[in-house]
Write a protein that binds this ligand. Structure first.
Ligand SMILES: C[S@@+](CC[C@H](N)C(=O)[O-])C[C@H]1O[C@@H](n2cnc3c(N)ncnc32)[C@H](O)[C@@H]1O
Length: 207
């Protein structure tokens, strides 16, 4: 099964699954690090069913929501039917098919550990930023819970913060920082015999 097939399959249950994995405090931390302001434009990459997008809309931003999975985006569209200001796009990590330099902010929550090449994905997200725009990524610290790879289609078992910092810098971003969110991502294996609790970092950089 490909990652796209996996997320197409779980699209209708994703919101319930997500609530068991991590809380809204993660996105609050991402918005605070970015310093989001009403009236600006954000891209939500690996947007899924709109966890990050939702809070941005409530804060008065316009959002371009990008994902590989049409089913995840369809679920978001159903939920946010009454909201204006969202542009839904099918896109792949290394070629997001969005114009360069158009976004004030780019967010990606729990996306990077699913892509084939994290440095290339960071570079592509950085490309979307206006000068002075901010990239904010929330994702997992390095861990060794293999069942997340086999059962939830994770491609990378989290990341070393030094690597993430290096990828941001190589993508031409400045004021790069990688900090704790003080939140964890929690999951149980299907046999019930393993429980993961993995800390979540917030990485940020400015174009
Ligand atoms: C774990 S979900 C997170 C969804 C959402 N950001 C959230 O926090 O609830 C990962 C999302 O990234 C998308 N994704 C994974 N690999 C991708 C790729 N190579 N290109 C575009 N989207 C991808 C998946 O389809 C899925 O919707």
């Amino acid at each position: 099964m490909t990652s796209k097939q996996y997320f197409d399959d779980v699209a209708q249950q994703w919101d319930q699954m997500r609530q068991t994995f991590f809380s809204e405090a993660v996105r609050e931390k991402a918005y605070a690090v970015a310093g989001v302001q009403a009236g600006q434009t954000a891209a939500d990459i690996g947007a899924g069913t709109g966890f990050i997008t939702e809070g941005l809309l409530r804060r008065g931003l316009r959002v371009v929501a990008v994902d590989q999975s049409a089913a995840m985006l369809a679920e978001m569209q159903r939920k946010f039917a009454s909201f204006a200001g969202i542009d839904y796009r099918i896109g792949e990590a290394e070629s997001l098919s969005l114009p360069a330099g158009a976004a004030d902010y780019v967010f990606a929550n729990m996306y990077l550990h699913h892509v084939a090449s994290p440095p290339a994905a960071v570079r592509e997200m950085a490309r979307l930023l206006k000068p002075g725009g901010k990239l904010v990524i929330t994702d997992l610290d390095e861990h060794n819970f293999e069942f997340l790879r086999t059962e939830q289609h994770d491609r990378w078992l989290g990341f070393r913060r030094a690597d993430v910092r290096r990828w941001f810098t190589a993508a031409g971003l400045k004021n790069v920082a990688v900090d704790c969110t003080d939140e964890n991502c929690c999951a149980q294996s299907s046999c019930g015999c393993q429980s993961a609790s993995v800390s979540i970092f917030v990485a940020s950089g400015e174009r």
